[in-house]
Design a protein around this ligand. Sequence first.
Ligand SMILES: Cc1ncc(COP(=O)(O)O)c(C=O)c1O
Length: 407
Amino acid sequence: MSGTLNLSAGRSYLAIPGPSVIPDQVLQAMHRPSPNIYAGELVDMTATLIPDLRRVARTKHHAAIYICNGHGAWEAALSNVLQPGDKVLVPSSGRFAIGWSEMAEGLGIDVEVIDFGNHAPWDLARVAERLKADTSHQIKAVLGVHVDTSSSIRNDVPGLRAVLDAEQHPALLMADCIASLGCDRFEMDDWGVDVMVTGSQKGLMVPAGLAFVFFNDKAATVRAAMPRVSRYWDWTPRANPEEFYQYFGGTAPTHHLYGLRVSLDMIHAEGIENVWARHAQLARAIWAACEAWGQDGPMAMNVTDPALRSHAVTALRLGGSRATQLREWLEQTLGLTLGIGLGMAPPCSPEWHGFFRLGHMGHLNGHMVMGLLGGIEAGLRALDIPHGAGALDAAAAVLSEAGQKAS
Ligand SMILES: Cc1ncc(COP(=O)(O)O)c(C=O)c1O
């Protein structure tokens, strides 16, 4: 044997908060020659995706598909209901809310951010105050990121709806569920969300490249009154296509659609409520380990209140340059990739190297979580990073509790 011992052969594990692990069934469904895009199986199969997408979003309303990433979904949603000069309010709990607000600015929209920082959820009393002051209803939409993937804060979307209702404010409620859909409970219709955006690469377990905009009749009415909407972003023909190409504004994303068909089948076979419960329990196991490590060392979760934590991603701090060291050691030595910290410090500043994130979204089970945590435990030891004992025990205890409940 020469050089350092390397244990990274075998299947690698990407534990970043999106793209997530792609199930073999999805990959296999995508591994095929290009299908005919004018007639036949693909055309028939695409029509079946729409009701199943609606089921995951918990909406009876409209769905439009775009060939793009989440940034595209942001722009698509904004382009259909807002004109240059319109005002939007953006309560922010992290980098992705700021990102959506910047996208709106680029479209000439007048953006007002209420910044709650990287550690706190929306303060709904402050949002209510701002809406109350808007007596002439200048604010046309409130843009809310349900789970901000940078901070791992989960915001109270039904609470935001309640605030709009209490103030009798007509602004559209637009939600970013790019990190939360298929991981954390989200109920578009019951929660009164008018427009929701998401992407394929996280809870939906399909490679990046598809995005979805769901909208209700109120949003459709706003769209109908718009003087002009970009032909490409217009959701109307996509949601009500007269010809197949209109679903996508052009050539269909052929292989992604086959992958999506399988991923939706997997979600429905498990049941969306069970998918949420699985994410919740696996997240609790991860938090239990992180808490134990933090008892006697520098590791700390960004969100202290478990009720405010996402079930799909956990943002952590290790301080110094330890997070980068840990990530690099795990990737190179064990074949395990953790997420970089986002939005907590300027990129590549000395502080930036102290933050990291764990992705636990989508195609994930108990043994993967134990592998993830066991890998981190090994990395902390190898790098002499101080940490509390009992993390794996604590995580196993949470998982065993789930087994007891099920039997
Ligand atoms: C909550 C949230 N919104 C928006 C985005 C942007 O999506 P994309 O990187 O696919 O453009 C992401 C990506 O991680 C996200 O997590």
